[in-house]
Design a protein around this ligand. Structure first.
Ligand code: ADP
Ligand code: MG
Ligand code: ZN
Length: 502
């Protein structure tokens, strides 16, 4: 199917009701792997972070990573799930070269967390509740690199390289119940859910959840049913979608594709699909019918996981404020609109602004610099705000210098520019560039006299009562002082000297 075979989004929704299921894999930020003591540090030589356990050598015995279990419980609690009293790992048996044990240690019918929900906020402010089926523990596979072909895919490659450093890194898989009732907003719900989940995971401190680094990836299951009917249609499963925007686009594309197939009398095949960033399309992967049989059975080499209720309650008490509620609180405290808050969130500026305020800046100043000058610079240089070489403390220092009257906005921008250019901290830049507001009355007075003398016609107009013309003289003084004069004081001086009331 080509993109032109799609039904328009509006037409698709006029006839069909989308049902979605989102499966999110999160790579935990533990120091060691899930079942052995190998480091999870990936920036090492291939296969250097391996041992008999994660290489699946005969006789090797796994041991559960306690931090992995703790992280899973925290995620489960934050998702309002029930936490199992007792559960086991299971072997999911299949062969693939990136998995040397020939089974993945996972959980099957006994997940550690189940029956929860996550409330997500849509762009219009509405809260949509996504029901959670389960969150379970498992391990990542190794990484294959296919060499010799044009595309980097296995087809056309001459050989493949295998790196098992990633094999055994702990993953939590979070699976939603079928998401119904989102209608045309299904793609938006999908994106908002993954965004909220990512914020939650970060707030819990269990993973950095960087989607661009594969630390969090989403499978988008989607089916359509005719409007007004109950029975679910056949789903497709678009695998490993790795950005928020792509999650939304994948859902949207599948709605249009399913509608095209169904409305022309075709049937949807239950299959996995690949998402393509270039044009937002998906293409068929492997057929996946329900007869797929992994011969799951309880893992005999690991003891069951039986978290005590005391431990669970202790973890519950330690949960951080939910990101959505924290955002609502900050929005109140900062006195910003929902729209502004959304922009701040999209810019990844929430934590930076919070830290800047903690460093002593007033909220409006902190917001102004991060969302103004710094956001512009980040945009222009293709960096995230958190990648800029300036700290919240430095931004707070600039705000303090403005508050003291040592800098005006224009000079403050130059100071920030200097810090970003690596010239040092704000005080050093002020010093080196000689950027101080001239408030020395003698110097200002001279500059004002010169401006009046050099602009006699304008000065006459002002004397004659045209106070608005003073702006031109202020401009002249600012120019002469390279922007370093205190503009308000300059204006006062001009009016004083010309004998008019402000
Ligand atoms: P699998 O292992 O085949 O991926 P899972 O149960 O782990 O199956 O995940 C399937 C996901 O798709 C779940 O989120 C589930 O709620 C959802 N789902 C199940 N049936 C449908 C359907 N017909 N249409 C859309 N989503 C569905
Ligand atoms: Mg799946
Ligand atoms: Zn190992």
């Amino acid at each position: 199917m080509t993109v032109t075979d799609l039904v328009s989004y509006e037409d698709a929704l006029a006839s069909y009701d989308p049902v979605m299921g989102l499966e999110v894999h999160v790579e935990l930020g533990t120091k060691t792997k899930m079942f052995c003591g190998c480091s999870t540090e990936l920036k090492q030589d291939a296969n250097s972070q391996t041992c008999p356990v994660c290489l699946g050598l005969p006789g090797a015995l796994p041991v559960v990573n306690e931090i992995g279990v703790e992280s899973a419980i925290k995620i489960g609690l934050a998702l309002n799930c029930e936490i199992a009293d007792w559960c086991r790992f299971a072997r999911k048996n299949y062969f693939y070269p990136d998995m040397p044990k020939n089974f993945q240690t996972s959980q099957y019918d006994e997940p550690i967390a189940f029956n929860g929900y996550l409330d997500v906020q849509l762009e219009d402010g509405e809260i949509f509740r996504v029901q959670i089926e389960r969150a379970h523990m498992e391990e990542d596979t190794g990484k294959s690199t296919h060499v010799g072909g044009a595309t980097g895919r296995i087809h056309g490659a001459s050989h493949s390289l295998l790196d098992y450093n990633r094999a055994g890194i702990p993953l939590i898989e979070i699976v939603t119940k079928p998401i119904e009732g989102a209608g045309a907003r299904a793609p938006e719900v999908a994106k908002a859910y993954v965004a909220e989940l990512r914020e939650l995971i970060k707030a819990l401190g269990v993973s950095d959840a960087r989607m661009e680094m594969g630390q969090m990836r989403c499978d988008v299951n989607l089916s359509l049913r005719p409007n007004g009917t109950e029975t679910f249609g056949t789903r497709s499963e678009t695998k490993n979608v790795n950005s928020l925007r792509s999650v939304e686009r994948a859902a949207r594309f599948e709605i249009q594709r399913h509608a095209a197939v169904l409305s022309s009398g075709g049937t949807i095949v239950q299959e996995t699909r690949h998402f393509h960033e270039e044009d937002g399309s998906t293409t068929a992967g492997r057929i996946k019918d329900n007869a797929e049989d992994y011969r799951y059975f309880p893992e005999p080499d690991l003891v069951p996981v039986a978290p005590s209720r005391d431990w669970v309650e202790e973890l519950r008490k330690g949960l951080p404020e939910l990101p959505r509620l924290r955002r609502a609180r900050l929005k109140e405290e900062w006195g910003v609109s929902e729209h502004d808050m959304q922009s701040i969130l999209n810019a990844g500026a929430v934590d930076l602004i919070v830290a800047t305020i903690e460093a002593g800046a007033p909220a409006d100043q902190a917001r102004k610099w991060w969302m103004g000058e710094l956001a512009r610079n980040a945009n222009e240089t293709g960096r995230g705000l958190d990648e800029l070489p300036i700290t919240p403390e430095q931004v707070a220092r600039v705000a303090a210098l403005v508050a003291k009257g040592d800098l005006n906005d224009k000079l403050a921008r130059q100071v920030i520019e200097g810090v970003l250019a690596g010239e040092g901290d704000p005080d050093t830049v002020v010093e080196k560039r000689g950027l101080k507001v001239v408030s020395d009355e003698g110097a200002l007075s001279t500059a004002v006299d010169e401006a009046i003398a050099g602009n006699a016609a304008i000065a006459d107009k002002i004397r004659g009562g045209k106070v608005a013309a003073a702006g031109a003289l202020v401009g002249a003084v600012m120019k002469a002082t390279r922007g370093q004069a205190d503009a308000a004081r300059v204006r006062e001086l001009i009016l004083e000297k010309l004998g008019v009331e402000g």
